[in-house]
Write a protein that binds this ligand. Structure first.
Ligand SMILES: [Zn+2]
Length: 362
């Protein structure tokens, strides 16, 4: 499995420094690759596509400090103004920077799938307030756990647990608390259902919804003249995120993604990819989860008198070790991320899907 990128930005103890890595993906296409995912708070990649009339920006990030720096860099690299910001989906690590783009380029439309705007309107308008309530408590509890060497419930922290809390959670949350203060919610104001083509002058860009996957409103952006595909969180490396996702449909959506004649992919998180290996692995893993869960539910239902499977039962049955090893190896932080951000939510969602299809067939 390869996800070949360009030079890796050096890691430091802060999410914001050195921040993102700037990658020239193709002629006038620049990806700002977000700091590597460490397991606490994340921000997504931002991509800028330049034409001779105007620019398109795909995703605006989570941390206002980083978005500000990206805007400065865009102004430095391009004479033209952005014509649109596109939000690939509703998770805040992809659009919380919208307000800063709006401020810098007044009147600029912010484009998304109709479902993305709906989700933001429905559940994210008070995001900064919610976060500023939750995160001080997380920080306090984490510091206390590290100090006492145990969790609130009394279980003792391993050395790795302690290291994870002190090296990842505490610095990430401390940074995030500063960022929350600077956030302003600016939802997309121009929506579409299937897709829209945008003319940037000497270059056309296609913004497309291929189906549900990571969220209900995932969009991808394709630049045909340079064969660059910006995938949003349909593709995230080194380990996907699956909270609230549509596991079986995601497999189908990735098949459509695979049909593009792209030479490079900019994922939602992680380095630029120059082949499909990683996408194929993710696709195989999602299919494996859907199949394993479906089979477990069917096998159980076929035995008369059996009580229905619980989510806990299903977690014990689904086997992902080979995929996990291939993706994150033995890295403790990444193994946690694989379990918490991907495997657990993906299995839970696949279980819901299997139960739903079982109910419909009976
Ligand atoms: Zn994301």
């Amino acid at each position: 499995m390869t996800y070949m990128g360009t030079t890796k930005a050096e890691m430091s103890s802060s999410l914001l420094e050195p921040g993102y890595e700037t990658v020239d993906v193709a002629d006038r296409i620049i990806a700002f690759i977000a700091p590597a995912f460490r397991g606490a708070v994340v921000t997504g990649n931002t991509t800028v596509i330049g034409g001779n009339d105007s620019l398109m920006v795909v995703d605006s990030g989570h941390f206002p400090s980083l978005t500000k720096r990206i805007i400065t860099q865009i102004r430095h690299r391009f004479q033209q103004p952005p014509k649109f910001v596109v939000n690939t989906h509703w998770h805040p690590d992809h659009w919380m920077g919208n307000s800063l783009f709006r401020e810098a380029f007044p009147g600029m439309p912010i484009l998304s799938h109709v479902s993305t705007r709906k989700m933001i309107q429905r559940s994210m308008l008070d995001y900064p307030e919610q976060m500023s309530k939750q995160f001080p408590a997380i920080l306090r509890d984490t510091k206390e756990a590290v100090r006492n060497g145990k969790r609130k419930d009394g279980t003792v922290l391993t050395e790795e647990d302690k290291r994870y809390r002190s090296q990842v959670i505490i610095p990430d949350v401390e940074n995030f608390l500063i960022e929350i203060e600077k956030m302003q919610v600016e939802p997309p104001n121009l929506t579409f259902e299937e897709g829209v083509n945008v003319d940037l002058g000497d270059r056309e860009v296609r913004v497309l919804h291929l189906g549900r996957g990571n969220t209900a409103g995932d969009v991808v952006v394709y630049v045909p003249d340079s064969k660059i595909l910006v995938t949003g969180d349909l593709v995230v490396a080194p380990t996907p995120f699956a909270s609230g996702s549509y596991i079986s449909e995601w497999v189908e959506t990735l098949k459509k993604l695979r049909a593009f004649d792209a030479t490079s992919l900019v994922p939602g998180h992680g380095s630029v990819m120059h082949d499909w290996d990683y996408v194929d692995t993710v696709s195989g893993m999602l299919k494996s989860i859907a199949d394993q869960v479906q089979n477990a539910v069917e096998r159980n239902a076929a035995i008369p008198g059996n009580s229905p499977l619980s989510l806990e039962d299903v977690h014990k049955i689904v086997e992902l070790e080979t995929y996990e090893k291939g993706m994150v190896g033995e890295d403790y932080f990444l193994k946690l991320a694989f379990q918490r951000a991907f495997a657990q939510p993906a299995i839970a969602r696949a279980f819901l899907e299997a139960k739903f299809s079982e109910e419909r067939s009976t």
